[in-house]
Ligand binder design. Structure first.
Ligand code: INI
Length: 158
């Protein structure tokens, strides 16, 4: 019997890409800082000279899939993290943005056999988004943990 699971300790060779939306950047920059804090505390080199981490900025969550697809072509990543914030509020096309972003990200992940963490907050209000990006908890931290786990797991299975 073989049991496979991700490792949280052997991160030094993990190559990670982060694709982040600028829309609602009050929230997404907080997700990014939580994410980077977690990666750093788990041994990932997050310095500007790092060869193991790249960050790509896009206008909004709808653009996350195409940027993920493009960055994968440019370099070999073990895992990608997509960060965005879609807040219902007055936005009538909330459902379209959430649905297309999630479908697109899943498609890119399956087609390229690379885990892509769906770090897009989907909330009814800005208050909920603030609570999930720092005021109460910073889900950016969780997304980074999930990335480490999935990146190392899929690497070990390939
Ligand atoms: N993009 C987001 O990331 N979050 C949102 O809440 C949002 N709303 O509300 O519209 C949003 N829209 C922009 C969209 O992602 C694209 O960038 C834009 O439509 C251009 O293609």
């Amino acid at each position: 019997m073989a049991i496979y699971e991700g490792s949280f300790t052997d991160t030094t060779s993990l190559k990670i890409g982060i694709v982040i939306a600028r829309f609602n950047d009050l929230i997404t920059t907080k997700l990014l800082s939580g994410c980077l804090d977690c990666l750093k505390r788990h041994g990932v080199d997050i310095s500007e000279s790092s060869n193991n981490l790249d960050i790509v900025w896009v206008p909004g969550s709808l653009e996350l899939p195409i940027a993920a697809k493009s960055i994968i072509k440019k370099s070999k990543y073990d895992v990608l993290i997509t960060l965005g914030a879609v807040i219902k509020g007055d936005t009538s096309h909330y459902d379209v943005v959430v649905s297309e972003a999630s479908k697109g990200i899943t498609k890119v992940s399956y087609e390229n056999n690379i885990p892509i963490i769906f770090g897009v907050l989907t909330t009814d209000t800005i208050q909920q988004a603030l609570e999930r990006s720092g005021i109460k908890n910073n889900l950016g931290w969780n997304y980074a943990l999930q990335a480490i786990e999935m990146g190392s797991l899929i690497k070990s299975l390939n």
